[in-house]
Design a protein around this ligand. Structure first.
Ligand code: ADP
Ligand code: MG
Length: 241
């Protein structure tokens, strides 16, 4: 069965893009054929995380939405092995302005997700923070939803709303995930809802040795506790509840 995994958070900066990119990488290591879609059209950054040379971005999701190409044209084989693909979006002032003015062609986005999901074991979808139209569409098409938040209860109401939406959309499995947890934190005591996974804070993410944003953490630091926690989450996702 094809699996569509969406990630969502109420606030920006919780780590959605990092987490979804790393999960895509880890799932492809499990011999799965994986695609990861950058559906944060207002501020796409997955191509930066995967350290893709901008010259390789011939077509993006924006081109598909504008009927400039077909779904197969927007699949970028990350490491040339036919197992891990990125569907990038355009990062430019013009593209952002156009999306802000005209919105996203939701029917066409739905078609892209449907067509691409057929070809893969997993399609992972990165989203914009909050519950805008593209994010709601992604949630409605997902089998699995990861709701990410930082470890303080201010994010709890947002997480509760996302859970409610997931229920409405009959998403099969919904996981509440805490990111950037500090070692001494009692996560269960901090939150009003149950937590399914905890990902630790890592100062290596922005360390100079990691050249800032570029590169997939799990690939760069395969033995780090954050990678271990991400691997555990990937295994949980791969095993249906
Ligand atoms: N586990 C973590 N530990 C430390 N920093 C993190 C962690 N996860 C993400 N970050 C940092 O948080 C910031 C936001 O991450 P990002 O993935 O862009 O969030 P979002 O996509 O939710 O806006 C980035 O600077 C990233 O390096
Ligand atoms: Mg992001």
């Amino acid at each position: 069965m094809k699996r569509i995994i969406a990630i969502q958070s109420f606030r920006g900066g919780t780590g959605k893009s990092h987490v979804i990119a790393n999960l895509a990488y880890l799932l492809h290591l499990e011999h799965k054929k994986v695609a990861v879609l950058d559906a944060n059209l207002a501020a796409p950054n997955l191509h930066l995380l995967f350290d893709v040379n901008p010259e390789r971005l011939e077509y993006t999701l924006n081109d598909y939405l504008a009927h400039n190409c077909e779904a197969k044209d927007i699949l970028l084989d990350i490491n040339g092995q036919g197992k891990l693909f990125l569907i990038p979006s355009t990062l430019s002032a013009a593209a952002t302005t156009q999306i802000a003015r005209e919105g996203c062609n939701l029917e066409r986005l739905c078609e892209a997700i449907r067509q691409i999901a057929i070809e893969f074991d997993y399609l992972l979808i990165d989203t914009q923070s909050g519950l805008g139209a593209e994010t709601l569409l992604s949630l409605s098409m997902a089998n699995i939803l990861l709701i990410l938040q930082e470890p303080h209860h201010l994010d709890d109401p947002g997480t509760a709303i996302a859970r409610e939406m997931a229920k409405k959309f009959a998403v099969e499995s919904c996981y509440s995930v805490i990111n950037k947890a500090m070692p001494a934190m009692d996560i269960a005591a901090l939150h009003t809802q149950s937590i399914d996974a905890v990902l630790p804070f890592s100062d290596k993410i922005s360390a100079p040795s990691n050249q800032g944003l570029f590169g997939i953490f799990a690939q760069l630091f395969p033995k780090d506790p954050l990678t271990e926690a991400l691997r555990h989450l990937a295994k949980k996702i791969a095993r249906p509840r």
